[in-house]
Ligand binder design. Structure first.
Ligand SMILES: [Mg+2]
Length: 246
């Protein structure tokens, strides 16, 4: 018997938000202007280079380094209070120019209301280096924050998608004991779709044809998703089909 969904868990970047490459260059620019207005260009280059080295060593190599760890490491490396500067520019909202990639898809707000109207719980599971408080601010700005029943950031976990522990953490946060009764919606075939399938969740791949092929398809690819949608607005139709496919 097919289990009827009781919850939907969304990926964030590239799913609830349009796909963007994310880098910190814009952040380093505003921080450099704050710390050394007369030498902003040189400091921007130094910060970017230090960041690159950090990801290649401590922050990378299979572990999920956090932005706070990165800022502490960069502060130590350049001998300036980079962490403090980030907090200052954040408080002054200088980061607005840096955050377009955090703006949610225009369909996301309506979609989440439609999912909730169907009596389904909504979760978030995102591989992220950003602190929870930054995500909360971005979601609140777009009117989405209160629509989630639970949000799991891998920044708070010792592992990231596709590790089964990340998906189990999201299910537990929603009070879902049977993974078959939860749907995962994501844009990455391996980390989202294959990872969610491995723990028994149903899967929906968002594939709008506009984003680069981020991960190879094939055995772990999108062909294994239970459904493929071209845009978020198609999800309620999929959920309605599954709601009656007992
Ligand atoms: Mg994604």
């Amino acid at each position: 018997m097919t289990v009827v969904p009781v919850a939907v868990v969304f990926d964030w970047g590239g799913t609830l938000t349009p796909f963007h490459d994310v880098d910190l260059l814009d952040l380093w620019r505003v921080v450099a202007r704050d710390l050394a207005p007369g030498h902003a260009a040189e400091l921007t280059w130094l910060l970017e280079d230090t960041e690159r080295q950090w990801w290649a060593t401590e922050g990378g190599a299979g572990r999920s380094g956090t932005v706070m760890e990165l800022l502490a490491a960069v502060s130590a490396a350049v001998g300036l209070d980079v962490s403090g500067a980030v907090h200052r520019v954040s408080a002054r909202h200088d980061l607005r120019a840096w955050t377009p990639h955090t703006v949610c898809d225009p369909e996301a707000l309506l979609l989440m209301h439609l999912v909730r109207a169907r009596g389904l719980r909504i979760g978030l599971l995102t591989n992220t280096h950003w602190p929870r408080s930054w995500h909360s601010r971005w979601l609140a700005r777009d009117g989405l924050l209160e629509l989630f029943d639970a949000r799991v950031y891998t920044n708070d976990l010792p592992f990231s998608k596709p590790h089964p522990g990340a998906f189990h953490a999201a299910l537990a946060s929603l009070g879902v004991s049977d993974p078959r009764s939860a749907v995962f919606v994501g844009d990455r075939p391996a980390s989202d779709i294959a990872g969610a399938r491995a723990v028994g969740m149903r899967t929906v791949l968002l594939s709008d044809g506009l984003r680069p092929q981020l991960e190879a398809s094939g055995p772990a690819g999108g062909s294994q998703a239970d459904a493929v949608i071209g845009r978020l607005g198609c999800l309620p139709g999929v959920l309605d089909r599954w709601a009656v496919s007992r």
